[in-house]
Structure formats: C-alpha cells, structure tokens
Design a protein around this ligand. Sequence first.
Ligand code: DC
Length: 230
Amino acid sequence: MKRGPVIAIDGPAGSGKSTLAKLLAKELGFAYIDTGAMYRAVALKAHEQKIDSDDENALKDLCSTINLYFEAKANANKIFIDGNDYSEKIRTPFVSRLSSKVSSQKAVRDAMVRLQRLLAAKGSVIMEGRDIGTVVFPDADVKFYIDASPEVRGRRRYAELKEKGENVSLDTIIAEEKVRDQRDSTREHAPLKKADDAVCIDTSNMELQDVLAKMLKIVKEKLTIGNTHC
Ligand code: DC
C-alpha cells in the first residue's frame, strides 16, 4: 500500500526550519518529527551513562538498548527515553555541542535513520533535520532546504536562549554555531547538504509568515492538495 506524503526539511541550526516545520505540520494536519531532538536525546543519555562521544561501540550498544519515542502532547511533541522525558533538558548549548559530535558516529546514525523510517512509515509526515532529503527519505514527495546567513542564525539562537534565561553572549553563540555547522556539513556520514531536488529558501530577510506561505504554496502544487481531478 502506498504511504502518505513525506515532506523533508533540512538546513543548518537557526535557519528557522523547526518553527516552519511545526507550523507547516499544523497547517496540513501532518505529523511532525524533529530528528535533531533524537540525536540530542541520545547524546544526553550517553553523557549520563559516561559514554564518550568518540566511543562508537558503546554508543552502538546504547542505541540498541534504549527505547526512544515521541509522545504527542497538547502543544508540543515530547521526546522520551525509557520513560524519562528529555524534551526540555536537551535544549542547552552543552547538548547542542555534544549532539553534533555524537551524531557524526555511523552507528548512531544507522540506528536513528532506521527509527526515523519506522516513525514515518505511514507517511503524512514532516520530518526535519540535516539528512532527511538526502539519506533518510531520498524519495520524499517534497524537499526543502532552509538557510539563513550565519549572523541571522546566530541572532535567532541567541534570542531563543536569552528568552529561556540562559546567560550567553551573541559572539559566543555565533562562534559555536559556526563550529557545529562546520562539523555537521563536513562529517563523513550523511553530512548536511542540500538535496539536488530540494527547494532552497534563504530566510535571512524574510518574515516567518511569508516563508510559511511560500512553503505551503509549493507543497500544495507538488502534492496537488485541493485538486479534484476525479
Ligand atoms: O536540529 P538540531 O540543532 O536540534 O540538531 C542537533 C544536532 O543533531 C546537529 O548539530 C546535528 C545532528 N543532526 C543530524 O546529524 N542529523 C539530523 N537529521 C538532525 C540533527
């Protein structure tokens, strides 16, 4: 049986892809899967178990024993490992750094990609990450690559962290995001890159609602939603 549509959204940190993916999912009534949260949760769990981010064998064992899953709550998806809610505690600069390192390990990627494909098996999903259009779902029905300048992305992350009460400096955030993007886009396995057939949108000088409207238009054209050819 043919699955429902898969919409892949990739891009670097702070490009606005998470916000856009959530809004688009709500608008279309699709499920939303944040694959970055999966790598973040594994990274934090590994840290709690004192597993080094270079220890691929230990990370592989960890991935094969944990039960990682999402639960849809009223206004957000929550991520759990073995019954423990990781949703809030994975949103720190420390976990950002760690998840970028842990996600470069092939064993971790293999385990997460397998899970991501299972989670999206029925389709009608928006999956957001770094390698969705290139590796996880190269046959996705619609692919977006969301980008923005490093300064704009740094400022967005800074504002998010400030709002949560984190004591950070803008320069540090921009520098850290550059390091993370460099690692994510130059790693050996499934590096961040635009799929050849992805629609690229630079959000640096665009309002969120305008980007969303553009994405919706493209999705509707590609999926012929609302077209009654019967
Ligand atoms: O999207 P995010 O910032 O929450 O992702 C955290 C890290 O996880 C990111 O630095 C790279 C990694 N990641 C990945 O390698 N592949 C994905 N599909 C999603 C995230």
